[in-house]
Ligand binder design. Structure first.
Ligand code: NI
Length: 180
């Protein structure tokens, strides 16, 4: 397995719409393995392929793993689709590995049903609630070129992206830990 470099916003590549996976083979599984390793190394709970500059509809999530790397329960989603979302909404303080040190409240459907292919290419549906529901919606957004800042008011989004752009220039955060 290998760690991949995570794109940092603002970056035009984060706006690309990812393509559907036509065949789940070893090359896809290798990407999923690398994405998972990258996500754990960065202490994230979710990662979309878009964030590592691979524009295929792939997502990995683990909302169970603690900060010591215990209780790992990885979930793999290939071509995930929201087939149902609740009318009632939930607000979470969201963050993102592509937007370091930026957090804000985002309102999304509280529960959702996702249809996807698993690691072996088998179709499944999953009812999601709580943090998992928020996380999968956040990750599917990435596949469609949307970051959580896009859900904020224009003022808040501009402020957040300007701050990120500045810290990127100052190299406040190092890319090193995300590289091989
Ligand atoms: Ni994200």
């Amino acid at each position: 397995m290998a760690r991949l470099k995570i794109l940092m916003a603002p970056d035009a590549r984060l706006k690309k719409v990812a393509e559907k996976v036509e065949k789940v083979d070893e090359s896809i599984q290798k990407i999923l393995d690398d994405m998972l390793e990258t996500m754990y190394a960065a202490n994230g709970i979710g990662l979309a392929a878009t964030q590592v500059d691979i524009h295929k509809r792939l997502v990995v999530i683990d909302v169970e793993c603690d900060e010591n790397g215990m209780n790992k329960k990885p979930l793999y989603f290939i071509n995930p689709e929201l087939v149902k979302t609740s009318d009632d909404l939930n607000v979470y303080q969201e963050g993102c590995l592509s937007l370091p040190n930026a957090f804000d409240e985002v309102e999304r459907p509280a529960t959702c049903t996702v249809k996807a292919l698993d690691y072996n290419g088998k179709e499944f549906t999953m009812d999601c609630e709580g943090l998992l529901a928020t996380c999968i919606q956040h990750e599917i957004d990435h596949l469609d070129g949307i970051i959580f800042a896009d859900h904020l008011s224009r003022l808040k989004r501009t402020r957040m992206l300007t701050k990120l752009e500045k810290s990127k220039k100052r190299k406040e955060y190092s890319d090193e830990i995300f590289q091989y």
